[in-house]
Ligand binder design. Structure first.
Ligand code: ADP
Ligand code: MG
Ligand code: ZN
Length: 356
């Protein structure tokens, strides 16, 4: 039997604010452990979180760039679970009333590079947890260490519709979304440092059927290549199970890059019950129409628009325009060069060849 592949992605993007989402501690990467902490982000009892306005602004910027509806009123909730990197015992996150819903981004797909819209279900704000180190060098192997510098760093969770039908489309979506976030100065987009993380949901269904199949959630991929490889492996695995008339189990699986396989981490029966409830220490987030309009007025030119402009105004081939606008820094650099030396194609050749 032929199967359709269905993929939906959840991206966690670390916001480029100077301070954390509910306290004034620095978000700078790479400081010695537990030096950027205070009672709020260490989860001491009795402390009160205060929302960082810049984090809301960056969420609104992202929502506008992805054509989402922005909620006049959104709320934070407590997502309760126990883990040693989460001293409060709950993560503050948006749940039933996220800041934005119902948008899309466009990707190029297939040989003829046709444009396809991938829906954005929702965008919400939340805080990051701390980081655990197991068997750290220079320390005893049977000890684990907690670094709370990352605790309270602001994140956006961006959830897509299950609109992708192949690993390549998932890759194109991630590249496109990352470029938008980088152009917006919302996120630095580093998958290696973990400031841009992706969980991938995938299922198969008989070709042409409407009803979606049982999904598996994949985690632990820290590059675009890993995401695509994990999805490709999972398609084979699920196809094999279906061919053998075995059931697909709804579960979370971890990508093992070394072995090139996914392995079960937890099944639905072990799934969490987070007991979400409204965060009593934070008032609802109200975003006024006036503020939205001033943020909109301040939006930079986005990758797609810049790519078309490069092709049109500098008479560059589509390929050149795509490479040059791949990052905002490179595009800025190209335009600065063309100002000094107004021969766009020569500059483009030099940048794409010698420079890159
Ligand atoms: P959870 O927190 O349980 O992972 P979310 O709503 O945060 O749920 O994310 C669900 C993700 O899974 C979305 O990106 C959605 O598009 C995708 N998804 C939902 N159902 C399916 C399915 N049957 N096959 C593939 N992807 C799916
Ligand atoms: Mg999720
Ligand atoms: Zn703090």
């Amino acid at each position: 039997m032929d199967y359709d592949v269905v993929i939906g992605l959840e991206v966690h993007a670390q916001l480029l604010t100077k301070s954390k989402i509910f306290c004034g501690c620095s978000t700078a990467f790479g400081a010695p452990p537990n030096t950027q902490v205070c009672p709020v982000c260490m989860g001491m009892p009795g402390v009160l979180p205060v929302l960082n306005k810049k984090a809301v602004e960056l969420a609104v910027r992202t929502a506008l760039a992805t054509r989402c509806r922005i909620a006049e009123m959104s709320r934070f909730a407590r997502k309760n679970y126990f883990y040693p990197d989460l001293p409060k015992g709950y993560q503050i996150s948006q749940f039933e009333q996220p800041i934005a819903t119902g948008g899309y981004i466009e990707i190029e797909t297939g040989e003829e590079k046709s444009i396809k819209r991938i829906g954005i279900t929702r965008i919400h704000m939340e805080e990051d947890a701390g980081k655990l180190f197991h068997g750290m060098e220079g320390a005893s192997a049977d000890h684990s260490y907690v670094d709370l510098n990352r605790s309270g760093v602001p994140l956006l969770e961006i959830v897509s519709e299950p609109d992708m039908t192949a690993p390549e489309e998932a890759g194109a979506y991630l590249r496109s979304l990352r470029a938008i976030l980088q152009y917006l100065d919302v996120c630095d987009g580093s998958m290696e440092e973990g400031s841009f993380r992706c969980d991938a949901n995938i299922s198969l269904k008989p070709a042409g059927h409407k009803t979606l199949g049982t999904r598996v959630e994949l985690k632990n991929m820290n590059s675009f290549r890993h995401v695509q490889n994990a999805l490709a492996f999972e398609i084979e695995r699920q196809q094999q199970l279906l061919a053998d008339r075995k059931a697909i189990v709804q579960e979370t699986r971890l990508w093992d890059a070394g072995r090139g396989i996914t392995a079960s981490m937890r099944s639905k029966e072990e799934a969490h019950d987070y007991r979400y409830f409204p965060e009593p220490d934070l008032p609802p987030v109200a975003v006024s129409a006036g503020w939205i309009e001033s943020i909109r007025a301040d939006l930079p030119e986005l990758p797609q628009a810049r790519r078309s402009r490069f092709a049109r105004d500098y008479r560059l081939p589509a390929y050149d325009a795509e490479v040059l606008t791949g990052s905002r820094q490179l595009a800025d650099y190209f335009e600065a060069c063309v100002t000094c030396y107004p021969q766009p194609k020569k500059v483009s050749n030099w940048i794409m060849g010698e420079l890159l």
